[in-house]
Design a protein around this ligand. Structure first.
Ligand code: PLP
Length: 229
């Protein structure tokens, strides 16, 4: 999947070709799909390289790391930072300030912490837990409707849709079908919440077939992540 000898530019191009092919096979337009490059654990210089290649959407999963990198990367007004990791309430406002989209709203307390009624609404996705393990990120499906209603009532948040990670040990296609159903649940509350953030290096084609609008792709583009504690 990741060819070590291929350059970064070649890997971005190869993934984009696979995205376009999978979209067309599913009868979808590649234009309705946003490819986010997940750069966690990699140095900020990688983001500058990606930016030079035309990448405008990057993903990070730790508050401290994204805050540091935004400072290091500097002036790139059209670069969108996507926050895809679990978020503590005490870091919420700081992440809100730098992230264009927060993919990991998973509880009412976090919605309260992220809300800022006096500012432009921030785009958020509700992360749904597709496993039976409450320790994994995301709201349990039976609590999704209540969370969507709560978040929809926060003036500083704009609920755009749902996000999930496919569980290990399950066919991703089946998990993504459930996610499509959860997206419908959110649209009962917020009819224009059409975004579905799903699909990573190993399963993005299945996610495209199930209607994903935002793919979060790391290692297939960046190569293996440096080990970090
Ligand atoms: C790291 C990460 C990704 C990217 O994973 P790859 O398998 O490297 O593509 C996607 N989503 C989330 C939430 C992540 O933490």
């Amino acid at each position: 999947m990741t060819t070590p000898s291929a350059s970064l530019a070649e890997r971005v191009a190869a993934i984009d070709q696979r995205i376009a092919a999978a979209a067309r096979e599913a009868g979808r337009s590649p234009d309705e799909i946003t490819r986010i490059v997940v750069t966690k654990f990699h140095p900020a210089s990688l983001i500058n390289e990606l930016y030079a290649l035309g990448v405008r959407d990057v993903g990070e999963n730790r508050a401290q790391e994204v805050l540091e990198k935004v400072t290091e990367v500097g002036q790139t007004p059209d670069l969108r930072w996507h926050f895809v990791g679990q978020l503590q309430t005490n870091k919420a406002r700081a992440v809100r300030r730098v992230a264009s989209v927060i993919h990991s709203l998973d509880r009412e307390k976090l919605a309260v912490a992220l809300d800022a009624a006096d500012e432009e609404p921030r785009d958020v996705l509700i992360q749904v837990n597709l496993t039976d393990d409450p320790g994994r990120g995301g709201v349990a499906p039976e609590r999704l409707l209540a969370l969507a209603e709560h978040a929809a009532g926060c003036r500083g948040l704009r609920v755009r849709g749902v996000m999930a990670v496919a569980p290990l040990g399950e066919e991703p296609a089946a998990a993504f079908e459930r996610l499509a159903g959860h997206a419908e649940t959110v649209r009962r509350v917020v009819p224009d919440a059409t975004w579905i953030s799903a699909g990573m290096t190993g399963d993005f084609e299945a996610a495209i077939r199930a209607g994903a609008t935002h793919l979060r792709i790391g290692t297939a583009i960046t190569g293996p992540r440096p080990v970090r504690g």
